[in-house]
Design a protein around this ligand. Structure first.
Ligand SMILES: Nc1c(NC[C@H](O)[C@H](O)[C@H](O)CO)[nH]c(=O)[nH]c1=O
Ligand SMILES: CC(=O)[C@@H](O)COP(=O)(O)O
Length: 136
C-alpha cells in the first residue's frame, strides 16, 4: 500500500478543510494510506514540514494542500511562488514525489471554492508518481 504524508495549510481553513477531506477520501479510493499529517499556519510555512515528512522512511510521497487568495498587494504571489519552488526542490533532495495541491495565486475566494479538487489531483499525482518511479 502506498503511504502518503499530508502537509495542510490552516490559512483560509474553510477552504483547505474541504480540500483536506477530499484528499483523504481520494487517497482511500486509490488504496493509499495517509500515515502522517502536519498542519502549518500557511502555504509559506510548508517547506520545513514537507522536509520532516519526506525524511520519514514510511512516507512514499508528500501531498501539499493549501490555498493562496489574492489580496491588495503581491504578497499572494510571493507566498505561492516561494513555497512551490521549495516544494519541488525537496522532492529532488529526498528523491520522493512532493505534489502541489495548492490553488492560486491571483485568485478570488470564489475561484478558490471552485478549485478544491486541486487536493484530489495532488493525491492522484502522488500515487501515480510513486508507482511509476517504482516501475509498476
Ligand atoms: N496570504 C496567504 C497566506 N499567507 C500566510 C503565509 O503563508 C505565512 O503563514 C505567513 O507569512 C507566516 O510565515 N497563506 C496561505 O496559505 N494563503 C494565503 O492566501
Ligand atoms: C488575501 C491575503 O490573505 C493575502 O494574499 C495577502 O493580502 P494583501 O496582499 O492584501 O496583504
Amino acid at each position: 500500500m502506498i503511504k502518503l504524508g499530508f502537509v495542510v495549510a490552516e490559512f483560509n481553513r474553510d477552504i483547505t478543510y474541504q480540500m483536506e477531506i477530499l484528499g483523504r477520501e481520494h487517497a482511500e479510493f486509490l488504496g493509499a494510506e495517509v500515515v502522517a499529517t502536519l498542519h502549518v499556519p500557511g502555504v509559506y510555512d510548508m517547506p520545513l514540514a514537507v522536509k520532516k515528512l519526506a525524511a520519514k522512511e514510511d512516507v512514499d510521497a508528500v501531498v501539499t494542500i493549501g490555498c493562496v487568495i489574492q489580496g491588495e498587494t503581491g504578497h499572494d504571489e510571493i507566498v505561492a511562488q516561494q513555497a512551490s519552488r521549495k516544494i519541488m526542490d525537496l522532492a529532488l533532495e529526498f528523491d520522493k514525489p512532493v505534489t502541489l495541491g495548492i490553488s492560486g495565486p491571483k485568485m478570488s475566494r470564489m475561484d478558490a471554492h471552485s478549485r478544491i479538487d486541486y487536493s484530489k489531483r495532488a493525491v492522484e499525482a502522488a500515487v501515480k508518481m510513486v508507482k511509476r518511479l517504482k516501475g509498476d
